[in-house]
Design a protein. Structure first.
Length: 444
């Protein structure tokens, strides 16, 4: 059969039409993620961290399709609305709670009825100064890292503790000691600490099945908090940050993030497969919240039993629309506060000689998950796998998106905090070289 030019053009036109429709449908599904990411992160940077909106757009939002959003900051209503093509998302700041991205059927009534915020009982004490000779040796490293970006990345804050004392502290333009900065996934390690406190108060057993009603009809009923904290629950999950993945849908489209993760089916038997999942942390925190009679009671416990003993004043642990803090990603405290947290783990769960975490809980954090190839413990990353070859293998750390880290190195009695914007692959900080130089300066 002879195919004419007319038939060829018709076929090509039909193929093009199908491609356009398919592309439009996929883009339509991406729009809430594109605009949601811009609105949420710009609002938190402006209203929680106090950063300049233009600086945030030029640095934090200048990638992929996020850079094409049109963002409106309403300083009176404390909202950010981001638009791209026909998509629109709005994020709202509430005093004490931080920013919540509005998803689904958000209404004015929801905004007008925030749950009660318990009074902050923390008393912040300045961190003590460390050895002055070590501090002097660290000055050129801090300057090279923060001012000249000699180790790559775009650092906002750098703070190092040796034997509990500050031996180096430096901030970039527009950032200071009082600036609350984003944790990203370092928040997961704070959830580990909260779970430890609840163990010491006999509120949970991390090795017991969680008795979640939705799981009682299948094998998920055997999942424990231990499985979730070691990222070995076996639940289906996709942590790809560059697509319409589970993590992006959860963070930008789900009103109840823990519920979204909870509804995932089982892909592997619990305890037999390791896969990093932000959904696991939000599921854990949703479960811990369910053991309290109200949001207010849960927040009071979180502040009184974790943040206050650490001396962390007015932390901002941003909630989703269900009211549960987003344990996977959205904690805002100062660089010194992150250092206090790391020091607590270095001191085996104690602060100023007072035990906060149960004995052995810090050891549990750095005990390798069986299927993780020595790279992960319980909501902490491990250097036992040799990821950073020039750094002691006993190092473990809190690791957040785009270069947020609290490095804990017991053999050197060091805690190193790094905060900023250092996206992969082109600008990721050379942590191996930086930590190697810090350790050399400390050891003299």
């Amino acid at each position: 059969m002879r195919i004419t030019m007319k038939h060829t053009l018709r076929i090509a036109g039909a193929v093009l039409l199908v491609a356009v429709i398919a592309g439009g449908l996929y883009l339509n599904r991406l729009l809430p993620i594109i605009t949601g990411y811009a609105a949420k992160n710009l609002a938190s940077a402006v209203f929680v961290s106090g950063r300049d909106a233009k600086d945030v757009e030029a640095l934090d939002l200048s990638f992929s399709m996020i850079r094409f959003t049109s963002n409106t900051v309403d300083y009176d209503r404390k909202t950010v609305t981001s638009r791209f093509l026909w998509g629109k998302s709005t994020a709202v700041y509430r005093e004490g709670f931080g920013v919540t991205l509005l998803c689904g059927s958000a209404t004015d009534e929801w905004l007008q009825q925030p749950y009660p915020l318990p009074p902050d009982t923390a008393t912040s004490m300045p961190l003590p100064h460390g050895d002055s000779a070590i501090s002097a040796r660290l000055v050129p490293i801090a300057e090279a890292f923060v001012d000249r970006r000699a180790y790559r990345g775009h650092p906002f804050a750098f703070l190092a503790l040796h034997k509990g004392g500050v031996v180096s502290e430096r901030y970039n333009r527009g950032i200071g000691p009082d600036t609350k900065l984003l944790s990203w996934s370092m928040a997961k390690s704070f959830v580990h600490a909260l779970a430890g406190i609840m163990v010491s108060d006999s509120l949970i057993d991390i090795h017991a099945p969680m008795a979640i009603p939705e799981w009682q009809g299948d094998t998920r009923k055997t999942i424990t908090l231990h499985h979730l904290m070691q990222m070995q629950s076996g639940l289906e999950w996709n942590e790809d940050y560059g697509a319409r993945s589970d993590v992006n849908i959860m963070l930008h489209c789900a009103a109840d993030m823990g519920l979204y993760a909870l509804q995932k089916p089982l892909d592997h038997a619990p305890g037999t497969f390791w896969y990093y999942s932000s959904g696991s942390t939000n599921l854990v925190l949703r479960y811990l919240r369910s053991l309290f009679p109200s949001d207010a009671a849960f927040l009071a416990y979180l502040r009184d039993r974790l943040f206050a003993p650490l001396g962390i004043c007015n932390p901002v642990f941003e909630p989703d629309m269900s009211g549960t803090p987003i344990g996977s990603s959205y904690l805002y405290v100062t660089a010194a506060d992150f250092a206090r947290f790391g020091q607590m783990y270095l001191d085996d769960g104690c602060v100023g000689g007072v035990r906060i975490l149960p004995e052995g809980w810090a050891d549990y954090a750095r005990t390798p998950a069986a299927c993780s190839s020595l790279r992960y413990g319980a909501f902490f990353w491990l250097n036992r796998c040799g990821k950073y070859p020039d750094v002691p293998r006993d190092m473990y750390w809190c690791d957040g998106h785009d270069g947020q880290c609290i490095f804990i190195i017991p053999s050197c009695q060091l805690v190193v905090v790094i905060l900023g914007y250092s996206p992969k692959p082109d600008h990721v900080i050379d942590f191996n070289a930086l930590l190697k130089d810090i350790i050399s300066a400390v050891e003299g």
